[in-house]
Design a protein around this ligand. Structure first.
Ligand SMILES: [Zn+2]
Length: 124
């Protein structure tokens, strides 16, 4: 399960950060996921909550998960647009090939492939 391993990475990063700052507990973890990362936000939240329930310093933590649109940019004409994301198992292994709606050249994704921890709120 893709989401579960991502969730456990997020938790370990957050815990390490909290420990480094001598936090009593973690109040909130903000996460931003790109639509082209193909992480399911509900499954991610579910996994995060499952892991957090086993960790006393994460008692009552809130996970704020936001989604980021995928943006592509044409290498040829510099046109930028929001790409509609249809999941395709192939995309999990290699970046999808998108073509510019203006000039039909192959374009690259400039946003929407990441999963980022945007912020952690702690109580010290
Ligand atoms: Zn173009």
């Amino acid at each position: 399960m893709h989401e579960f391993s991502i969730a456990s990475q997020i938790i370990s990063i957050a815990l390490a950060e909290a420990k480094r700052r001598y936090a009593k507990r973690v109040l909130e973890i903000k996460i931003r996921i790109g639509k082209f990362s193909f992480i399911n936000p509900d499954q991610l939240k579910f996994s995060l909550e499952a892991i957090a329930s086993m960790e006393p310093s994460l008692n009552g933590v809130v996970f704020s998960v936001s989604e980021e649109d995928a943006v592509a940019k044409c290498i040829e004409c510099n046109y930028q647009w929001i790409v509609e994301c249809k999941d395709n198992p192939l995309y999990h292994y290699s970046p999808p090939i998108v073509r510019c709606p203006r000039c039909n050249n192959i374009s690259k994704l400039v946003k929407g492939r990441d999963c980022v921890i945007e912020g952690i709120c702690i109580e010290v």
